[in-house]
Design a protein around this ligand. Sequence first.
Ligand SMILES: Cc1ncc(COP(=O)(O)O)c(C=O)c1O
Length: 416
Amino acid sequence: MTKPEFPIAWVRDSFPAFKSGDGFIFFDNGAGAQIPQVALDAVRNHLISHNVQRGGRYGKSREVDKSIQRARESVAMFLNAREPCEVAFGMNATSFIRLVSLALVEILGKRREIVVSDLDHEANIATWLALESRGVEIRWWKTREDGTLHTADLEPLLNSRTRLVACTAASNALGSIVNVKQAAEMAHAAGAEIFLDAVHYAPHGSLDVQDLDCDYLVCSGYKIFAPHMGFLWGKRPLLEALPTFREDFIPDSIPMKIEVGTFVYENVAGMDAVISYLEDLSHRLLPPSPATSRRARLLRAMEAIRDYEASLSLELVQRLSALDHVTIYGVTDPNQMRQRVPTLCFNLRRIEPVAVSAKCAEQGIGIRDGNMYSPRLLRRLGITPEVGAVRASLVHYNTVEEIERFTEVLQAMGRN
Ligand SMILES: Cc1ncc(COP(=O)(O)O)c(C=O)c1O
């Protein structure tokens, strides 16, 4: 059966940001994505109809409790978690990585080695490095020349002293996808746990914590088309064993022991609505059927996003490769577009990254220059982090026409 065409017109129509008429090109999605109307509506509704504290006996407060519970169930479905209570909401990914690291260091036992990778965002490196002063020894899983992590290089780092492997599912700088399922298998075979940073991967493909058999996983909602918020997932017994900070009157049970203080309820409602947007996307591919589960709908949508984005990656790589003054970092083989997401890191010869992004800004294109919060990776690739590189990070609402306009700007820069 031929695959249905990706409903790009419907997708773009779902995002108010594209209706301003300014034609701005959002190619900085790795730093945060746009929000569909349904998510805006959910935030607005929350603020208008029940902007109160949860846990009260009155109706509006009960509505907040229900809305958080609904969001927890949706996110659990998004991750294929065993139970909604394995999902905790909070501000962002970094604060959750810090929370888990500070708790884990209290219960390391004899296993005092932690493996981190130089492909990762600094949030998933520095947090673990900060434990060195508490007697943790860091082992480095190094990125190869091809811009990704190879599990063969993880093997020799694992032993009976390894407590945890912390690594990313996809590089926020290069877009390379990591074989985290195999990494989890290897970590477990050594008796260690694995902490996955799925922040950059999550908007691009489906996640299944049971299939990956990971132990902890963190995401930032604002990279997945929701407002600013983050969530942590962990296997129930592991979360239960974490000694986290909480006031005495907060129960020592999940998710409460992980969710210290008040988080942004309206943004959690926005995250819930984004998941319904993704389910709705699947209805543009196949008519809705009551027999289809929410998870099946979500998987269909994410698979269509993966396919469409592979075509964007190919277009981007091929058009940029055709420019004679460009160096692309990461996966460029046209046959390996499913080993990456459409996040492209590059430099133009003799033109500073800052000048490239400034020129693009003049032309109404938002991209990023700098170290992409991965200075160690840049050094590994022979790039001075202070100078950095350029990153165009696309998601499923971007188009081939936008890539054409972007390439024309780069081409013109090469001529001047
Ligand atoms: C891969 C990755 N990990 C972690 C983070 C940090 O996320 P947050 O801003 O939610 O703390 C980012 C942010 O860009 C990221 O791209």
